[in-house]
Design a protein around this ligand. Structure first.
Ligand SMILES: *Cc1c(COP(=O)(O)O)cnc(C)c1O
Length: 380
């Protein structure tokens, strides 16, 4: 290799361990039959532990968006009311998806950088009957705000409305006990907190969600993205091929290698790894004079959103880190572009090696730009 690979410190996809990459390179396995079903069953069992659920759990080939799309289209008929909580880019995306099914979208919003208030969800649900689901993001990746899912799920439960959670950037990185918190459809991907290559969206479906689908009859929203298709195959083809289509078996085998490692180390250890990285990054940036964008009370250990220093060209800092330090961090999305940058603490980005290199790179940039920051604290 002539050029050094850039290190990913973005909120996914993330750099993947060598043993996971090597697992991808094994000969292709068919997506059915006894050998494969044993692998599949072990993956599902590890994921149940991580989701904290005994609900049905599936692996959808596709991005997280595919499984979220399926949740909207399966739980509701065209014209049904859905309440979407929005406090950033990915919450807005949920509303767009819901409109794609012709749903009547009601909104609860919070300003960028602030969490959704459970009381606001409760008020919206009591304002009028007929809402068929509440949908929201757990970690709003655009602002690094962690929404209070537990309290919001309690509110939805009081109104007997199922909850759809986009946990794409959080599940597997922080505790999100699906059954204990009463989440009906919980969607994640394997290329963020689980640190695998992209290609699979694991998601869980509660009994209440199945009952709602049965009650609605045919929603007429496709076949692959109709969750009842998935339920049907899981039952009918259980001993051969318990999903409707081909699966990317190399990716799922890599996932198994990764899950075995996470479970062997223990989930708590896995979570603490992120916390340690987040604390080191935040302390280092504060020493350099930066302010965090996300209030501490709703920040997560998975991602740090940082305001640029006064007058700083944040995009120039990002370019410099890629070119000179081979470190990629994310910028701001939409209105926040140019104002903030976002540093991921998942996958290899949580390692001391990545964290130290990132802080040294930022410090070197400030020195180059002539900032009067208390320098010399993060080493070179
Ligand atoms: C990354 C992300 C998505 C998009 O995931 P895809 O796998 O690209 O569909 C959705 N929601 C959140 C919160 C994300 O962080």
């Amino acid at each position: 290799m002539t050029t050094e690979r850039v290190r990913l410190m973005i909120p996914g996809p993330v750099d993947v361990d060598d043993d996971v990459l090597a697992a991808m390179a094994e000969p292709v396995r068919p997506h059915y039959g006894d050998e494969w079903l044993a692998i599949y069953a072990e993956v599902i069992e590890h994921l149940r532990q991580i989701f904290g659920t005994r609900n049905d759990l599936f692996l959808m080939a596709g991005p997280g968006t595919a499984a979220l799309d399926a949740a909207f289209g399966s739980l509701m008929r065209t014209g049904d009311k859905v309440l979407v909580a929005q406090n950033g880019f990915f919450g807005d995306r949920l509303a767009t998806m819901a409109r794609g099914y012709g749903l009547d979208v009601r909104h609860v919003t919070a300003p960028l950088g602030e969490p959704i208030e459970p009381g606001a969800v409760r008020r919206a649900l009591s304002a009028g009957p007929g809402v068929q689901a509440v949908a929201l993001v757990h970690l709003e990746t655009s602002t690094a705000v962690l929404n209070p899912i537990r309290e919001i799920a309690v509110a939805a439960r009081d109104f007997e409305v199922p909850v759809i959670v986009d946990a794409v950037s959080s599940l597997g990185g922080v505790p999100l006990p699906v059954d204990e918190w009463g989440i009906d459809v919980c969607v994640t991907v394997i290329n963020k907190c689980l640190a695998c290559p992209a290609g699979i969206a694991p998601f869980s479906v509660s009994r209440r969600a199945w009952e709602q689908m049965e009650h609605k009859g045919d929603r007429g929203h496709g076949w692959y993205l109709d969750l009842e298709t998935w339920k049907d195959y899981a039952a009918r083809w259980a001993s051969w091929h318990p999903y409707p289509t081909t699966l990317p078996t190399n990716v799922i085998y890599a996932l198994l290698v990764r899950l075995r490692r996470i479970m062997a180390e223990g989930l708590e250890t896995h979570f603490e790894h992120h916390l340690h990285a987040a604390q080191t990054v935040r302390a280092g940036l504060r020493r350099l004079g930066f302010e965090m964008f996300t209030p501490e009370a709703c920040a997560s250990p998975l991602l740090t959103a940082v305001r640029g220093l006064p007058g700083m060209d944040v995009e120039d800092l990002r370019r410099y880190l890629i070119e000179e330090w081979q470190i990629m961090v994310s910028g701001g999305l939409s209105e926040l572009k140019g104002q903030i940058f976002r540093v991921g603490h998942i996958g290899k980005a949580a390692s001391d090696e990545y964290v130290d290199r990132f802080l040294a790179g930022v410090e070197a940039y400030l020195r180059l730009q002539g900032y009067h920051a208390p320098l010399g604290q993060n080493g070179d």
